[in-house]
Design a protein around this ligand. Structure first.
Ligand code: PRP
Ligand code: URA
Length: 208
């Protein structure tokens, strides 16, 4: 699939194993999630265009670079919140919007409860942050909203994806590049990713 980029390195694999381990506490889980987010942020930054400007070192003038486009980070509540700090460390000028979605446990459809996004989406690079791409319902709903509100170039950053969610994104938002640290086997009957890591929101915030 040409809209999928797998972010894979030994540190990511080691941290994914920590995330998958049911015995990892919320603080260990959040730290590992944050570290993988750095690798994804760096990979995503290869999309960014630069503008040249003149910078003066203590010795002479030379060429400098700055990002050409505003970056907007959109974590999907709740689990996406734990990716924000790592992305902001790498992209400190980024603006941050929020989308609140909760999957209905029976229908697996996303129920929306909060939207707050900055202006200027059209000329920005908008990165949706959500560790889990399962059925794809939450990602598709988020991009439907963002595009309706004028978003230009959009990217998806996640940690674990199911083939079902990737296929749905391919069908409904084929223009959007998906960055993921792993593609797992499949969804179970309750819409959870196998082998996955369980409920990312609950494991991040200890709500079990
Ligand atoms: C999780 C996850 C995604 C969504 C993925 O959120 O963080 O947003 O499920 O599933 P999908 O691809 O089938 O839509 P959840 O709805 O559990 O909310 P939470 O983060 O508040 O726990
Ligand atoms: N949401 C999660 O948090 N985990 C899954 O496995 C699927 C959806």
């Amino acid at each position: 699939m040409n809209n999928l980029i797998i972010v894979d390195n030994p540190l990511v694999r080691k941290d994914l194993s920590i995330l998958r381990d049911k015995n990892s506490s919320p603080s260990i889980f959040r730290e590992a999630l944050g570290r993988i987010s750095y690798s994804i942020a760096i990979e995503i930054s290869k999309n960014f265009e630069l503008e040249e400007y003149e910078v003066e070192t203590p010795l002479e003038k030379t060429k400098g670079y700055k990002l050409k486009h505003q970056v907007v980070l959109i974590p999907v509540l709740r689990a996406g919140l734990s990716m924000v700090d790592s992305f902001l460390q790498m992209m400190p000028e980024a603006k941050v919007g929020h989308i609140g979605l909760q999957r209905d446990e029976k229908t697996l459809q996303p129920i929306d409860y909060y939207y707050k996004t900055p202006s200027g989406l059209k000329s920005s690079i908008t990165i949706l942050l959500d560790p889990m791409l399962a059925t794809g319902g939450s990602a598709v709903a988020s991009f439907n909203y963002l595009k309706k509100n004028g978003a230009g170039k959009c990217l998806l950053a996640c940690l674990i994806s199911a083939p079902e969610g990737i296929e749905r994104m391919n069908k409904e938002h084929p223009d959007i590049l998906i960055y993921t640290a792993a593609v797992d086997r499949k969804l179970n009957d309750n819409g959870y990713i196998l082998p996955g890591l369980g409920d990312a929101g609950d494991r991040t915030f200890g709500t079990f």
